[in-house]
Design a protein around this ligand. Structure first.
Ligand code: ADP
Ligand code: MG
Length: 256
């Protein structure tokens, strides 16, 4: 084995595979530029560290279950006027997340609550935070099955370790008393530790209908709202206003 092959073997054992794959180029460039030992060592380590960070970010994104297609850059603030781009941008320093504050997006269906929550979630992942996105129904399922289903147990562990939990669509389906209690237990555990973003199509006064009893609803709201910013989104459904029409599309294609 020559020196270069031996280096590759060592890199492989050390799992420094990005450097291993680009070693030839690195050495040619270093020789050509007469690079100092310090600079070449710096470059090698930098390549591997950057690749590692990129892999970690990809993994965090995969585990977050966020929708990659709903980014903030695609949100049209001219259509949704009850929130400004500036307000959303102010959230992107993530000071609120460091302080375990919560965000609540309320409003009728189609006004962009989920899109905004998801878009903020993507930015948080890019900042290095651990994020989990769930519809309430899925979250409740995890809470109900974590004692018997391994996948749910793992998910719950990740939820408790994440920096930001996004709970989407509170209000579409009512939940049972037992489910509300489990939900309350989770909210209590996360209280003052983990930021939560909630989206709901129901105002707080209607939450008792979804969560069952008044007492448990108040207890849940009490914790969520203690440190929180509430955004009341208004307006018409983007889905309906920007409805794509099959026949109109066919006509457009035929005319093109
Ligand atoms: P909600 O959660 O309030 O019911 P969504 O966020 O799911 O609404 O929005 C419904 C659909 O319309 C999604 O496909 C979303 O991307 C899109 N949408 C809503 N508001 C906007 C907006 N202001 N700009 C761009 N797309 C939007
Ligand atoms: Mg939604």
């Amino acid at each position: 084995m020559n020196k270069k092959e031996e280096i590759k073997e060592y890199l492989s054992i050390l799992k420094l595979n990005t450097v291993k794959d680009t070693l030839g180029d690195i050495l040619i460039k270093a020789e050509k530029n007469d690079t100092s030992y310090q600079n070449i060592l710096h470059e090698i380590l930098e390549i591997e560290v950057k690749a590692k960070q990129k892999r970690a970010q990809k993994r965090r994104f995969r585990q977050s279950k966020l929708n990659p297609d709903k980014e903030l850059k695609d949100f049209n603030f001219k259509f949704q006027k009850s929130i400004t781009e500036k307000e959303i941008n102010q959230l992107l320093d993530f000071e609120w997340l460091e302080q375990a504050f919560n965000l609540i997006f309320l409003g009728p269906p189609g006004v962009g609550k989920t899109h905004l929550a998801n878009g903020i979630g993507i930015k948080a992942v890019n900042h290095g935070y651990k994020v989990k996105f769930f519809g309430l129904e899925k979250l409740i399922k995890i809470l109900k099955t974590h004692e018997v289903v391994k996948k749910s147990r793992l998910e719950l562990k990740r939820i408790k370790k994440c920096d930001l939990l996004i709970i989407d669509e509170i209000g579409y389906l009512p939940i049972s008393k037992e489910e509300a209690n489990k939900f309350f237990k989770l909210i209590s555990e996360l209280y003052e530790q983990t930021s939560i973003i909630i989206t709901s199509n129901k105002g707080f006064s209607e939450w008792t209908e979804i969560l069952g009893e008044q007492e448990i609803t108040t207890a849940i709201l009490d914790r969520i709202m203690h440190y929180s910013e509430i955004f009341n989104l208004k307006g018409n459904s983007y889905r309906l206003e920007c409805r794509e029409n099959i026949l109109k599309n066919k006509k457009k294609i035929a005319e093109a």
